[in-house]
Every structure is written in structure tokens, then in C-alpha cells.
Design a protein around this ligand. Structure first.
Ligand SMILES: NC(=O)c1ccc[n+]([C@@H]2O[C@H](COP(=O)([O-])OP(=O)(O)OC[C@H]3O[C@@H](n4cnc5c(N)ncnc54)[C@H](OP(=O)(O)O)[C@@H]3O)[C@@H](O)[C@H]2O)c1
Length: 313
């Protein structure tokens, strides 16, 4: 059970509620946080077999709001993820002030050893890329980063040897590359033809399905784990579906919300290892984590879901 401020307090006074609760140490005392985490379905990284829980956090929005909002909201989102058995947190250094604050949250005693923390390089040039990795190690106070990725294939030919060298030193446990736009899919596929990253990250959702044709099956064939970004098209999916009820047949695979609709569709693809959902709201984090439980749609149900979305969007 997760105890959080009532839903209707989040929009108007979420910051105050969370700040008060955090200052009072309330979260540390909550049974949900103190007890062993609930189980979340897991999937293995093909290379090495380490299992990852299937729902993670994309932290970009929450980290960018740290200076303005304070640490309580993001801390509670992470504790909610962990309480539901999740551990993957996708991030990378961009703003020293926010990154340092985030590093302190990641170092909280109840979170530090329970998280799988990624980082990325999004600067061009060998020295700049290496410097950005050092910044991540320092900001997140981690000598070893779980996964280091090249952001959107930036300066790929230059950074890939650097990532391999970093992995050889043991400072990154896994290495890979990301894309979040359809226009980079061909380049990622070409990269996968010649290199064998541990992990690739790509955009995929019920309304952005281009990766189904080639990239997802190819990553699977190459034994590469897949992290998914943009599961909600950065929130645009909810705006497009606002006011529209779920079709009744969504209950056939235990789906109660549009967030679950996209997440269950994604999770039902066998090439997917973990979906990164971005949120600043612990209630949304809980909803996203719970999408992993219950039934997933079968092939016929997935086809019906895709056809329905194509019809209504
Ligand atoms: N090239 C790259 O490497 C790259 C590019 C883009 C993204 N990413 C990664 O992917 C992560 C995900 O980002 P995204 O752009 O893909 O965002 P997304 O997860 O598709 O959508 C995030 C939006 O959905 C809302 N939301 C989340 N859960 C919800 C729920 N259950 N109900 C209603 N609204 C919900 C969030 O608002 P609330 O805050 O109100 O919940 C937020 O505005 C990023 O943080 C990043 O880690 C990587």
C-alpha cells in the first residue's frame, strides 16, 4: 500500500504537502517504504542476464523542476517506484544545481542501493563527452554508473570507443545508445549491424509504433536490451485522448486508464526490457508501476488496440 496525499491536493498544493511530509520525516515512517518492495515483473538484459523491473522513471521533467519545487516531489516519486519493485532511473547531467540536488536524492539511504541509475553523453567531442561522464559520477556520487548511453546518437563514432573503454574500467556496467525520434531509427539500425551495445533506448508507444517494423525485432535478434522512451508521447497522448472513455474491452487485459493502455501495449512486445515513464507525480508513478501487473494483451488484442488508436487519433 502506498500512502500519499489525496489526489486532489496534488495540483494546487502538492509542493506544500510533500515538503511538510518530507520535513516531518513522514515518508521514512510509511510502511510501504519501510517494508520490502512489492514485486514487479522483471525481464533480463540479454547480455549477462541481469533482470530489470519492467517500469522505470524518466527523470528529465522532475529533475528540471528541482530548483523551483524542492526535493520532496521527486523523492516521493522515486520511493513510490521502489515501493512497487521498480529500480531503473534514466537521467544525465545538464544543470549543475539540479544535478547536485538530484545526486543527494539518489544518495538517500533507502534509495541508494535499490536503484539502477543510467547516464548519457549529449555533448560532441571526445574530451567533452568524457568530462560529462565525470560530471555524472560526481553529481550522482557513483563511481560506477549502471548504464552509460550516447544521447540521440550524438557524435556516435567518437563516443562509442570512449564508452567501451569506460566499460572496460568497470565504471559503467552496461553501455548503449538512445534515439527518441523516428528520423534516427535507420542510423540506430546501422549501428546495431556493426556493434553490440548492451542496451538501446528508443521511442515507442501505442501511437508511435514505427520501431515495430524493424528496430524492435532486430534488437531482439542481436541480443540487445531495449529501454523505451516517450511511452505517452511526452504527455501529448493524454491531451489527444482527453474526455474519451476507455473501450470496454480494455478490461479484458486488466486495463483501467489510458496510461495503462499504452504501457500494456508496449510491455506486450517481447523485445521490450523496460519502459521509462516520465512523471513528477507519485500517483502517476504508482499508476505506471501497476500497469506491469495483471494481464497483458495478446496479439489479437494488440492489433485491436492499435486499430482503435489509429481510428480515434
Ligand atoms: N534521446 C533520448 O535519450 C531521450 C529523449 C526523450 C526522452 N528520453 C527519456 O525518456 C523519458 C520519458 O520521457 P518522455 O518524453 O518519453 O515522456 P512520457 O513518459 O512519454 O510522458 C511524460 C508526460 O506524461 C505525464 N504522465 C506520466 N504518467 C502519467 C499518468 N499515469 N497519467 C497521466 N499523465 C502521466 C507526465 O506528467 P506528470 O509529471 O504530471 O505525471 C509528463 O508530462 C525521459 O525522462 C528520458 O529519460 C530520452
Amino acid at each position: 500500500m502506498i500512502i500519499m496525499p489525496p489526489r486532489n491536493q496534488f495540483s494546487a498544493s502538492r509542493r506544500n504537502v510533500l515538503a511538510l511530509a518530507s520535513a516531518a520525516g513522514v515518508y521514512r515512517l510509511l510502511p510501504a517504504y519501510a517494508a520490502a518492495p512489492a514485486a514487479m515483473p522483471i525481464r533480463a538484459i540479454p547480455k549477462g542476464g541481469e533482470a530489470l523491473p519492467v517500469i522505470g522513471l524518466g527523470s528529465s521533467k522532475a529533475v528540471s523542476q528541482l530548483a523551483a519545487d524542492g526535493p520532496a516531489a521527486l523523492t516521493n516519486v522515486l520511493r513510490t517506484l521502489v515501493a512497487h519493485g521498480g529500480k531503473v532511473v534514466d537521467t544525465w547531467p545538464r544543470n549543475p544545481e539540479n544535478d547536485a540536488k538530484f545526486g543527494r536524492i539518489l544518495g538517500e539511504p533507502d534509495l541508494r542501493e535499490r536503484l539502477f541509475v543510467t547516464s548519457k553523453i549529449d555533448r560532441s567531442g571526445k574530451e567533452a563527452g568524457l568530462a560529462q561522464f565525470r560530471e555524472a559520477q560526481k553529481a550522482y556520487n557513483r563511481k560506477v554508473v549502471d548504464l552509460l548511453q550516447i544521447f540521440s546518437l550524438t557524435d556516435l563514432a567518437v563516443h562509442w570507443p570512449t564508452l567501451r573503454a569506460i566499460k572496460d574500467t568497470g565504471e559503467a556496467r552496461y553501455i548503449g545508445a538512445t534515439v527518441s525520434e523516428d528520423k534516427l531509427h535507420d542510423q540506430l539500425e546501422a549501428f546495431l549491424q556493426t556493434e553490440t551495445p548492451d542496451v538501446v533506448q528508443m521511442n515507442y508507444s501505442i501511437s508511435e509504433r514505427r520501431v515495430e517494423a524493424r528496430l524492435l525485432p532486430f534488437a531482439r535478434e542481436r541480443g540487445v536490451a531495449v529501454l523505451v522512451n516517450r511511452p505517452f508521447m511526452n504527455g501529448a497522448l493524454f491531451k489527444k485522448l482527453e474526455g474519451r472513455p476507455l473501450p470496454e474491452w480494455a478490461a479484458d487485459f486488466d486495463c483501467k486508464t489510458w496510461a495503462e493502455f499504452s504501457l500494456k501495449y508496449i510491455l506486450a512486445h517481447p523485445a521490450v526490457t523496460c519502459v521509462l515513464t516520465e512523471t513528477t507525480d507519485p500517483h502517476h508513478m504508482e499508476e505506471n508501476a501497476l500497469a506491469a501487473s495483471g494481464r497483458l494483451p495478446d496479439a489479437a488484442q494488440r492489433a485491436r488496440m492499435a486499430a482503435y488508436i489509429d481510428e480515434v487519433l
